[in-house]
Design a protein around this ligand. Structure first.
Ligand code: PSU
Ligand code: MN
Length: 301
């Protein structure tokens, strides 16, 4: 594992650092936009006074904090493996490239001492999981990793109520940021309620401190940050594309690790880029909020 000097210096000085995943760059967003967006995500973190630490495996080495050459490999190379927690060791042992998911990024962030992480939408329980058993490893990892994760809920391609039940069972903390409803990723509102609402980064930092004091910080704390309604994907378009995409995934046998990238890519195509615009806004907003939370948390220690 190699931590970028800038990231290590910030951690040593107790300054704000935000971890960022890389699967969204390699498998979640189309080329060539993905490289530009990856740079914009890092800039959004810096603009709020924190240091970005994008996580990936490059040439068999886990990197926490990427330089531009490494970012280009993740965004542009054809042999980047979508690396969940169980894949990391294989990619490292073989000297390959890997893009880290929410789960593996959270794991590596915690191992590096980074407490705040930003992504778009989490993985969760897939629709039809009753027969497919497809539940993202994000969930079990968030149940054992002490990190605050800013997200726009879980991807709307999933079974949202079932995912919320699993998060409760697993003891994963959940806050609605400026909302009493669980966000719906591309949509501002999933229609499901959130019990605990916060309205400022300082409030999130206070919950983080209380969790540490009580020893209930062994799981992740999710900060669910919805898009403003006027920035969401058109709900009618969303519902139509989702319906068609779920049928297409079934017909084309897109399952396992391919399921999520297949559905997201189809969304980007079928909405003629509208979902890409929305997805980009989601990540940039989450990166900025994560940075503000990291700054508030650093200030309160
Ligand atoms: N959120 C996005 N785009 C993505 C992902 C999340 O907006 O591409 C990625 C994350 O890396 C997440 C993964 O961990 O999808 C979940 O994949 P799966 O459902 O196969 O666990
Ligand atoms: Mn899966």
């Amino acid at each position: 594992m190699r931590t970028a000097p800038e990231v290590q210096e910030a951690l040593d000085a107790g300054r704000a650092v935000v971890a960022l995943e890389s699967t969204i760059i390699s498998h979640g967003l189309p080329r060539p936009d993905n490289l530009r967006i990856a740079r914009e995500i890092e800039a959004a973190v810096r603009a709020e006074g924190a240091v970005p630490a994008t996580v990936a495996v490059v040439d068999g080495e886990v990197r926490v904090g990427l330089d531009d050459a490494a970012l280009e490999v993740v965004a542009g190379s054809d042999d980047v493996v979508k690396a969940g927690v169980r894949d990391l060791a294989v990619v490292v042992a073989r000297g390959g490239h890997g893009a880290t998911t929410v789960a593996s990024t959270a794991h590596l962030a915690a191992r590096t001492g980074i407490g705040v992480f930003a992504t778009g939408g989490l993985g969760g329980v897939h629709r039809g999981a009753q027969s497919s058993y497809d539940e993202s490893a994000d969930l079990v990892t968030l149940a054992r990793v002490p990190v605050t994760v800013v997200c726009a809920g879980v991807k709307s391609i999933l079974d949202v109520p079932a995912t919320l039940e699993r998060l409760e069972t697993l003891g994963v903390g959940l806050l609605g940021y400026g909302t009493d409803s669980f966000p719906g990723f591309y949509l501002s509102d999933s229609g499901e309620p959130v019990e605990h609402r916060v309205d400022s980064p300082e409030e999130v930092a206070a919950v983080m401190r209380a969790r540490a004091a009580l020893g209930t910080d062994g799981t992740a704390l999710l900060v669910a940050n919805p898009l403003p309604v006027d920035e969401q994907l058109d709900p009618a378009l969303h519902d139509r594309v989702l319906r068609e995409s779920l049928v297409a995934a079934e017909a084309e046998g897109a399952s396992g690790k391919q399921a999520t990238p297949f559905l997201l890519a189809r969304f980007h195509r079928e909405t003629e880029g509208q979902s890409l615009t929305v997805n980009t806004r989601i990540i940039l907003r989450n990166a900025a909020l994560a940075a503000r939370i990291a700054v508030a948390h650093a200030a309160s220690r």
